[in-house]
Design a protein around this ligand. Structure first.
Ligand code: SF4
Length: 549
């Protein structure tokens, strides 16, 4: 395997951290956040950080070892899990188990490595993993990792016990969360009635770490590996957060405020990238809102490079933008109408209408864009069959859309349509909503599949209901979900577990919550007041009511 950028350090006299992506190598190495944390840990001269992934072939009981020195997890002081997606939670337990490490934090010995976790999923709601992880770091690594390392280095040099270190960290680092130091109480209905620290002097709330000036940190690819999903390009992060405030989206609320790297600093990253590969992947939650995006694209093109952009807001596709994409060698553009009907787009506060869609598609197709990737959700609050009909109709119209060109008629060569069930995300205005019923979602998926058979250019990607259900459970659950994860790790099937666990997982997944309810993640300060979220939620409900009148 050819890796450009691998960091190898001498093993002796250092704090040894194993950074683990609980998935296979190809998936983990495609994650820019994982690569950035690898660099952040290794920047400290007294820290050695190596990477670990789930071994392949999976399911064969192969013990994972680190990429750099081929050592097992037990050889490290700290195992740091990077968790961007909730559906990786069961694999965290699998890595521990394959490594011969007790999964339950309270049963581990003081000699076992310290288990920590961070990442996007953890920042939203770490509670389902509370039984297994010693320490969570909430928010962005550039801010929460340096103080964490200082405490760990002091503690390991002084030979402090793990419990002492964890309590010290909880008292001193505002972005740290040690779940064993907190108590949760439930009422008769099973809802959380109280959440509080077990000892005096511990904070009641944990802050999300965020870096104000992204120009001060290196937000770009660290390792270049041809075999990965983005192996043919150099990834550069353009921004974090988003100012648009779509009501379903964590980037628009939990990762506020929107921050852009400046053009001069980005150009340095682009040049570094173009020295390695001639294709640059511009990543971020609001890439198309960067005030100098056209200028940056032109810069890449002038240097002889090609570009790729993760996703574009429909209302940001101008003639200049379409031209830059084509000149930059982009053949496929990804856009997210999210819903077929205008009522639902307004309900989620998407801020686009049909005019934006058709103007953007015309501009792109006229200039020679070949392929389209569309993202939609089904099961949005108050959705009716006619809303799904609108989605089908919109895709049909896009499939049949054509523009005249010098060589004849031009139409989309391939349209990839990804349709995911709406999963409420913690910290967003729609967090009180449930995942739609399985019977409804399956029925609509069936209707969509049947309708799209008529469209040869459409490649439909549907996420299964089972996968969505688990994602919703791990997104919205509290620490009692830990027993479900533990049983799954013991070898039980999901259906067996769900049939006798209490409360039934539907309690978290399919229940519409009351605005007064205490959420498992309410102790995290995401810097958006709950009153603001409630106000946004109530506005969305007004849009829901419209459909019933
Ligand atoms: S969906 Fe896109 S535009 Fe809307 S808030 Fe999220 S990142 Fe921003």
């Amino acid at each position: 395997m050819e890796e450009d950028g691998i960091i190898r350090k001498s093993w002796g006299n250092k704090l040894h951290i194993c950074l683990i992506y609980p998935h296979v190598y190809r998936v983990g190495m495609s994650n820019l956040g994982f690569q950035i944390v690898y660099r952040l840990f290794n920047e400290h001269p007294l820290v050695l950080c190596e990477r670990m992934f789930l071994p392949e072939p999976q399911g064969k009981g192969i013990k994972p070892v680190s990429v750099e020195s081929k050592r097992p997890a037990r050889d490290f002081h700290i195992l740091a899990f990077s968790l961007s997606f909730e559906n990786d939670y069961p694999r965290l337990l699998e890595v521990l188990s394959l490594s011969g490490i007790e999964i339950q934090a309270k049963k581990r010995s003081p000699d076992d490595p310290l288990i920590m976790a961070g990442g996007v999923a953890i920042t939203l709601n770490p509670e389902p993993l509370a039984d297994f992880v010693d320490l969570f770091l909430i928010g962005e690594g550039e801010v929460n990792i340096p103080p964490f390392l200082e405490y760990c280095l002091d503690a390991y040099l002084a030979g402090h016990e793990k419990e002492v270190l964890l309590e010290e960290i909880q008292k001193s680092i505002p972005y740290a969360y040690v779940p064993s130091l907190y108590e949760v109480e439930y009422d008769r209905e099973g809802k959380i009635s109280a959440f509080y620290p077990k000892k005096a002097g511990l904070p009641f709330r944990v802050k999300r770490a965020w870096k104000e000036n992204l120009d001060e940190v290196g937000c770009e690819q660290v390792l270049t590996v041809p075999e990965t999903e983005f192996g043919s390009m150099y990834l550069v992060e353009v921004n974090r957060g988003c100012g648009r405030g779509c009501r379903f989206c964590a980037a628009g609320f939990v990762y506020r405020p929107v921050r852009f790297r400046s053009a001069p600093v980005l150009k340095v990253s682009l040049e570094r990238g173009l020295d390695k590969i001639n294709r640059i992947g511009l990543l971020g939650t609001a890439v198309s809102d960067h005030p100098e995006l056209i200028h940056l694209c032109s810069y890449i093109i002038e240097k002889g490079g090609q570009l790729s952009i993760s996703s574009l807001r429909l209302d940001r596709i101008t003639e200049q933008m379409a031209e830059a994409l084509l000149q930059g060698g982009v053949k496929t553009v990804a856009i997210a109408p999210e819903a077929g009907s205008q009522r639902l787009r307004d309900l989620i506060h998407k801020g686009i209408d049909d005019r934006h869609i058709w103007e953007a598609l015309k501009l792109l197709l006229e200039r020679g864009m070949e392929n389209l990737r569309l993202y939609f959700m089904i099961g949005l609050p108050s959705e009716k069959e006619e809303d799904v009909d609108s989605l089908i109709e919109l895709v049909e119209r896009i499939g049949n859309f054509k523009v005249p060109s010098v060589s004849g008629i031009r139409r989309w060569r391939k349209i990839t349509v990804s349709i995911n069930p709406f999963i409420p995300k913690p910290g967003t205005p729609l967090q009180w909503e449930p995942l739609a019923a399985g019977s409804y979602l399956k029925l609509q998926m069936g209707r969509i599949k049947k309708a799209f058979l008529r469209l040869p250019a459409v490649d439909l990607r549907l996420i299964s209901f089972r996968e969505s259900y688990l994602q919703a459970l791990f997104s919205l659950g509290d620490r009692r979900v830990g027993q479900i994860l533990a049983m799954y790790q013991e070898g039980h099937k999901w259906s067996q577990i769900f049939s006798h666990i209490k409360p039934h997982p539907d309690f978290w997944v399919h229940r519409k919550k009351d605005v007064t309810e205490i959420f498992p993640w309410d102790f995290i300060d995401h810097y958006v007041k709950k009153e603001k979220l409630v106000a946004e939620y109530l506005s969305s409900i007004s849009a829901q009511i419209l459909v019933d009148n």
